[in-house]
Ligand binder design. Structure first.
Ligand code: SAH
Length: 394
C-alpha cells in the first residue's frame, strides 16, 4: 500500500472532478514518510480512496494525480506501458500519417501524466521529465518506449545538469537498448524539417503549431508574409508551400535562423523567395517600412507565471498594436499566445484593446488552438495553453 494524504473534509470537489492538482490548503494530514516524487494515495477525511499521484511535500501543488480510482492499485510496468500505449494509439488514429511523422506522444496532464513531455521526431523520442515524480518513473517509461518499438530516446531536461535526490538529471541519450540517432529529418504535412533537439529550444521543434501552419499555407498564395518569432521557419515553409510571393523570417536566435534557411532550402531549393532577419521583433515591426499582407506573431510565452500576467498582457498588446498599425489594409494577422496563464478570453480582450488603439477594423476569421496530440484534458483546463486568432484587418 502506498502512503496516504488525507484531505480536509469538504475539500474533495476538485479531485472528484478529476482535476490533477491537489493544493496544499486542502490537506489535513501528510504521509508520515514519503520521499519527494514518490507515489502516494489521496484519501478523503473518511479515508475513502480518491486516486494516486506524485508527492511534492514542499510545493504548493502537493500532489499531481495521474490516476483517479476508488480501487487499491499497484503501479507496475504494465500500468505505465498501458498509459503510453493509450497515448500512442490516440496519436496513431488522429495524427500520424505517411505525411506526418512528428507528434507529441505524451502531454503531461493532458495524458494524465503530470511532468512528462515526450515529442516524437521520426524515430526519435525527445523526453522531458519536469518533476521529481516524473523522474521516478523514467525506467518504466523507457521500457514502455522500447516495447513499443522506439529505438532512440534523448533525455532533455535542464540546460545545466543538476543533482536531485541522488539522481543526476542531465541531457543525453538514454541507455537501455537505445542508440543515438543520426541527424534527423522529419515530415510534417509532407514538408521536410531538420530538428536540432540537442541545442534547440524546448524539445527542438514547436509541433503544437502544425495545424495553424497549415491554415497559413492555405491563405498565402501571392502574399508577402512576415513570420515574426519564426524560430526554425515552420510557418515560413508552409507560406512558401502555399505559393507566397515572398517570406521574411524574423528572430533573435541566429542558430534558429540558420535552420530556417536550411528548412526552406530542403523543401524549395536555395532560390526560394525567403529572407531571414536577425532582429528583435518589436524593434523590427516599429521601424519597418515593408508592406506585408500576412503577418504571423508567435512569440514565446510572455507570462511564465500568474504574477507576470499584467506585464505579459502589456507586451502582447504592444506587439499586436504595432503589427496592426503596420499591416496593409485587407490583410491577415495570425496572432498567438502560448502563455498558460493568459486564457482565451483575456487574450481576446488584449487583441481587442490593441485593435482599438491601432484604430483598425478587425474581424475574427478563425479561432486557433493546439492540435489533437496536445490534448486538452477536459478535467484539467490548464492543459489548454495555445490560443490564437486569425484576423482580417481593414
Ligand atoms: N513560430 C515558431 C515558434 C516560435 S518560438 C515555430 O512555428 O516553430 C519563439 C521564438 O521567438 C524563439 O525562436 C525565440 O528565439 C524568439 N524570440 C524571443 N524573443 C524575441 C524577440 N524579442 N524578437 C525576436 N525573436 C524573439
Amino acid at each position: 500500500m502506498y502512503p496516504s494524504i488525507i484531505l480536509k473534509s469538504g475539500k474533495e470537489r476538485a479531485l472528484q472532478n478529476r482535476h490533477c492538482w491537489l493544493f496544499s490548503g486542502a490537506v489535513k494530514q501528510h504521509p508520515s514518510h514519503a520521499e519527494e516524487g514518490s507515489i502516494v494515495a489521496v484519501r478523503t477525511n473518511a479515508f475513502e480512496l480518491m486516486g494516486y499521484g506524485f508527492y511534492a511535500a514542499k510545493s504548493q501543488i502537493v500532489c499531481r494525480l495521474f490516476e483517479f480510482t476508488n480501487q487499491e492499485k499497484l503501479f507496475d510496468q504494465k500500468y505505465w506501458y498501458k498509459k503510453v500505449l493509450n497515448a500512442l494509439q490516440m496519436r496513431q488514429k488522429l495524427v500520424l500519417s505517411e505525411k506526418t511523422n512528428c507528434y507529441r506522444l505524451l502531454h503531461a496532464e493532458g495524458d494524465f501524466l503530470p511532468g512528462v513531455i515526450a515529442d516524437v521526431f521520426a524515430d526519435t523520442i525527445v523526453l522531458q521529465l519536469l518533476t521529481k515524480g516524473a523522474e521516478r518513473i523514467q525506467a518504466h517509461l523507457l521500457q514502455a518506449f522500447a516495447d513499443l518499438g522506439f529505438r532512440h530516446v534523448y533525455l532533455k531536461n535542464k540546460a545545466n545538469p543538476e543533482r536531485i535526490e541522488g539522481v543526476l538529471v542531465q541531457n543525453g541519450w538514454l541507455s537501455g537498448g537505445f542508440e543515438a540517432s543520426q541527424d534527423l529529418l522529419m515530415l510534417e504535412h509532407g514538408l521536410r524539417f531538420k530538428v536540432d533537439y540537442l541545442k534547440g529550444q524546448k524539445t527542438g521543434f514547436f509541433i503544437d503549431q502544425r495545424e495553424n501552419r497549415r491554415i497559413l499555407g492555405q491563405f498565402s498564395a501571392q502574399k508577402r508574409v512576415l513570420n515574426a518569432f519564426s524560430y526554425t521557419g515552420g510557418f515560413s515553409v508552409y507560406a512558401l508551400a502555399g505559393q507566397a510571393r515572398e517570406v521574411y523570417s524574423v528572430d533573435v536566435s541566429k542558430d534558429a535562423l540558420v535552420l530556417a534557411e536550411q528548412n526552406v532550402a530542403l523543401n524549395f531549393g536555395v532560390n526560394a523567395p525567403h529572407k531571414t532577419i536577425d532582429a528583435d521583433c518589436f524593434e523590427y515591426l516599429r521601424q519597418m517600412n515593408e508592406d506585408f499582407d500576412v503577418i504571423v506573431l508567435d512569440p514565446p510565452a510572455f507570462a511564465k507565471n500568474a504574477k507576470s500576467v499584467p506585464n505579459a498582457a502589456r507586451g502582447y498588446k504592444d506587439l499586436n498594436r504595432i503589427a496592426l498599425t503596420k499591416i496593409l489594409p485587407q490583410s491577415l494577422l495570425f496572432t498567438f499566445s502560448c502563455s498558460q496563464n493568459i486564457d482565451k478570453q483575456l487574450f481576446r480582450q488584449i487583441i481587442f484593446a490593441a485593435a482599438a488603439e491601432a484604430g483598425r477594423n478587425v474581424r475574427i476569421v478563425e479561432q486557433l488552438i493546439q492540435p489533437a496530440d496536445h490534448p486538452i484534458n477536459i478535467f484539467h483546463p490548464e492543459t489548454e495553453y495555445l490560443k490564437g486568432l486569425l484576423l482580417w484587418v481593414e
